[in-house]
Write a protein that binds this ligand. Structure first.
Ligand code: SF4
Ligand code: SF4
Length: 338
C-alpha cells in the first residue's frame, strides 16, 4: 500500500474513529509514560521517548484470571478472552513490536496458549518509528532491530513534522487504515522515510558484538564472571518486569470466599530467589550469580539456540531502571572478553 499522510490536526479525529475498538495508546502517568486504554484522544501522548513499562502487558497481562471455580461444582467458568474485543495498540516503538514477535514464539511452541493467542489475534499493532533514540542506552541495531524496524507491526507511523506518514504493512494493517480512511491523504514521502531511517540508525550510540555469543555463554558455566557481574544485584526483578521480551509466569489458585476462587496467572521473574525453589527445599539457582547467569544465558544463548532469535531487543530499559546500575551491555562485554 502507498504511504499515506495523517495531518497532525487530524490525529484526534483518527483516534476517535479507532475508539470503536479497545484503543491503547501512550499516556502520561505522573512522571512516566505508560500504555493504557484511552477514552479521549487528549489522553494520548504521542511525542514521547519510550514507555516505562512495555505494551506487552496488553496482550500478556501482569495478572490474569484463567478461570473461576466453586468447590463441588464440576463446571469451571473459563475466561472468555473474546469479550475484551478487538484491540489497537497505537504508537508502540519498533523494539517493543519486535519483542512481541519473540514472545509469540514461546506461546506458539510446545503448547498453544489459548489466552495469549486469542488476544494476540485480536490485536493490531500500530508502530511509531524512532526518529531520535528514546534513550542513550538503546542498542536495537546490535540485536537485529533498528529504529524504523517494521517486524511485528501491522501499521507504521513516522513523524514527518506536520504530519505522520502512515504505512499499512499487511492485511490487518490495511483493514485498520480503512477505518481512518477519511482522515488520510495521499502523498507520503517514501524516499524521505528511507533517509530518515538511515539517519536514525546512525544515532544509536551503544552496541555489542553478538557473533558467537550464543555458543560462548555455555562454555562459561563455572566462570567467575557471573559472580563479578552480579555482585551488587538486589534481586528486585525490575530488569525482568520491565523487559518487553521476558515471559516467565506462575500459576496460582486463590480462594476468595469459602469454596469459591480463581486460578490466575501472573508474571514471575528468574531474578527472584524463590523462582526455582523446589518443594524439597533445594534451589538449583541459590544465589545472584546463578540467577544472573540464567537471565543472560536465556536471552543470549538458550532462546537463540531454540528459536534462532536473541531474546533481547535492545530497548535499554533494564539498564535505565536497575537501581544499582547493572548494565547488560557491560555484562555481555565481560562475557565476550572472558
Ligand atoms: S534490576 Fe538490577 S538489582 Fe534488580 S534484579 Fe535486575 S540486575 Fe538485579
Ligand atoms: S534485556 Fe534489557 S535491553 Fe534487552 S529487551 Fe530486555 S529490558 Fe530491553
Amino acid at each position: 500500500m502507498a504511504v499515506k499522510k495523517l495531518s497532525k490536526d487530524k490525529v484526534g479525529e483518527a483516534l476517535k474513529e479507532l475508539m470503536k475498538f479497545r484503543l491503547v495508546a501512550p499516556a502520561k502517568s505522573d512522571d512516566v509514560v505508560i500504555f493504557k486504554q484511552i477514552s479521549d484522544p487528549a489522553e494520548a501522548y504521542l511525542d514521547y521517548g519510550n514507555s516505562a513499562v512495555p505494551p506487552k502487558k496488553m496482550v500478556f497481562p501482569q495478572t490474569e484470571t484463567l478461570f473461576r471455580f466453586v468447590t463441588g461444582e464440576p463446571e469451571l467458568k473459563e475466561k472468555n478472552v473474546e469479550e475484551e474485543g478487538q484491540t489497537v495498540i497505537f504508537g508502540m516503538r519498533p523494539c517493543d513490536a519486535r519483542a512481541m514477535s519473540i514472545v509469540d514464539k514461546l506461546f506458539d511452541w510446545d503448547f498453544d496458549d489459548p489466552y495469549y493467542q486469542k488476544r494476540r489475534a485480536m490485536t493490531t499493532y500500530v508502530g511509531m518509528a524512532c526518529t531520535e533514540p528514546p534513550s542513550v542506552n538503546c542498542f536495537c541495531t546490535s540485536v537485529g532491530g533498528s529504529p524504523f524496524s517494521t517486524e511485528g507491526l501491522d501499521v507504521m507511523l513516522t513523524d514527518m513534522g506536520d504530519y505522520y506518514a502512515v504505512q499499512a504493512l499487511n492485511e490487518k494493517g490495511e483493514k485498520l487504515t480503512e477505518t481512518i480512511a477519511s482522515q488520510l491523504e495521499d502523498g507520503g514521502d517514501e524516499k524521505k522515510i528511507e533517509e530518515m531511517a538511515a539517519a536514525a540508525a546512525g544515532k544509536i550510540k551503544r552496541s555489542i558484538k553478538t557473533d558467537g555469543i550464543s555458543e560462548k555463554i555455555p562454555t562459561l558455566w563455572d566462570s567467575d564472571v557471573w559472580k563479578k557481574v552480579s555482585a551488587s544485584c538486589l534481586g528486585c526483578g525490575t530488569c525482568t518486569f520491565l523487559c518487553p521480551t521476558c515471559h516467565c509466569f506462575d500459576i496460582q489458585d486463590e480462594v476468595e470466599e469459602m469454596g469459591e476462587g480463581r486460578r490466575c496467572r501472573m508474571w514471575d521473574s528468574c531474578m527472584f530467589s524463590e523462582y526455582t525453589l523446589h518443594a524439597s527445599g533445594h534451589n538449583p539457582r541459590p544465589s545472584r550469580k546463578e540467577r544472573t547467569r540464567n537471565r543472560v544465558s536465556h536471552k543470549y544463548s538458550y532462546f537463540p539456540s531454540k528459536f534462532d532469535d536473541i531474546a533481547c531487543v535492545g530497548c535499554g530499559r533494564c539498564i535505565n531502571m536497575c537501581p544499582v546500575n547493572i548494565d547488560i551491555l557491560d555484562i555481555l562485554e565481560q562475557v565476550v572478553e572472558a
